[in-house]
Design a protein around this ligand. Structure first.
Ligand SMILES: Nc1ncnc2c1ncn2[C@@H]1O[C@H](COP(=O)(O)OP(=O)(O)O)[C@@H](O)[C@H]1O
Ligand SMILES: [Mg+2]
Length: 328
């Protein structure tokens, strides 16, 4: 078939905007390989007007974090009646909020870290002490709606409560709610989910991530050259690979995600798996984790982007219901 006019959306008022623009450029180049006609658009107040001009068949949001990955952009596209790649509004919003997504993960019986949500600056010393009593002395503090490990602090058991207080303050500066979790010691894994076939979502081969730039997978490890080493497929026993994939697909389904997603997990020292989060719009530079795993599964980056836009374009459109007249 002839190429589709694809509006690739990037940027927006998110700390991850630069990462998003890098992904979007890679997606534009990949789509052109398959004969599509991609155009690049910034996620800003003028976007609706530009898209409404009718020069696109399908939208590919390559946006991370606030407005682009949390359901806001998706809602705009629903109003404009434009088909788009990725999760719908509700799934995007659920996945973007870590405490809310964990409600869904727990309801689906998935293994998650023990946690407490902090949403007030009141008596932080008292809260820090209580958190440690309940969750143990080693903690991870993250903004509820964060991404790319921005505002995330890991606190070791030997650090004083002052470190917990500083971490809570840092995370509360980013978001109104903060997720505090028990510190899970283990190997860091991530597992992509691809959902472009009628059979439903399937797991891509998991990746193991070894951070070099920091003691965990923080922003620098993620994006600096040589900041981290990936191994895909992760060197795991077959049964563990299978379980990681099952958890990733179940996490994807539990929030109602669509098309693509990537679950982050930790394989604990005693062999138990802990699901950290589900990203509904994973990084999409040609060397990002998700495209790398797709390539290992035999799907090159241009083909991956092509299948995602074809899937979105072919999706049945939302039916406009007949308006029920007011009773006379
Ligand atoms: N409970 C935890 N125990 C140990 N490390 C964690 C825990 N939660 C997060 N981390 C570390 O912090 C990183 C970022 O956390 P994550 O939940 O994936 O949020 P995001 O990627 O959205 O910032 C993880 O990749 C991992 O290295
Ligand atoms: Mg993560």
């Amino acid at each position: 078939m002839s190429g589709l006019r694809v509006a690739v959306v990037a940027g927006g008022p998110s700390p991850e905007a630069a990462v998003s623009r890098a992904s979007a450029q890679a997606v534009v180049a990949a789509l052109a390989v398959f004969g599509h006609q991609p155009t690049l658009h910034e996620l800003d107040a003028g976007l609706a007007g530009r898209l409404a001009e009718g020069a696109c068949d399908v939208v590919f949001p390559v946006t991370h974090g606030a407005l682009g990955e949390d359901g806001c952009l998706q809602g705009l596209l629903e109003v404009l009646r434009l088909p788009y790649v990725g999760s719908p509004v509700r799934a995007s919003a659920i996945a973007a909020d870590k405490p809310t997504s964990k409600v869904h993960f727990r309801a689906a019986g998935l293994p998650v870290a023990k946690d407490v949500v902090v949403d007030s600056r009141r008596d932080l010393p008292g809260q820090a002490a209580t958190l440690r009593q309940f969750l143990g002395s080693a903690l991870v503090v993250k903004p509820a709606g964060g991404g790319s490990a921005i505002g995330v602090t890991r606190i070791a058991a030997h650090q004083p409560d002052a470190a917990v207080i500083a971490a809570l303050e840092a995370a509360l500066a980013v978001d109104t709610a903060v997720l505090v979790e028990e510190f899970v010691v283990g190997r860091e894994l991530t597992c992509g989910v691809l959902d472009v076939e009628d059979e439903g979502p399937r797991a891509l081969p998991p990746t193991e991530i070894a951070s070099r730039a920091a003691d965990f997978y923080d922003f620098t490890s993620k994006y600096a050259a040589g900041g981290s080493a990936h191994r895909c497929p992760a060197p795991l026993p077959e049964s563990v690979t299978q379980t990681v994939g099952d958890i990733a697909v179940a996490a994807f389904r539990s929030v109602g995600a669509r098309d693509l997603g990537r679950a982050d997990l930790i394989l604990g020292e005693s062999g138990h798996l802990v699901l950290l989060e589900l990203n509904t719009l994973p990084g999409m530079t040609a060397t990002s984790l998700y495209p790398e795993a797709a390539a290992v599964a035999g799907i090159g980056f241009p083909e991956l982007c092509d299948r995602l836009v074809q899937r979105a374009f072919a999706r049945p459109r939302r039916v406009v219901p007949e308006v029920v007249p007011m009773p006379a």
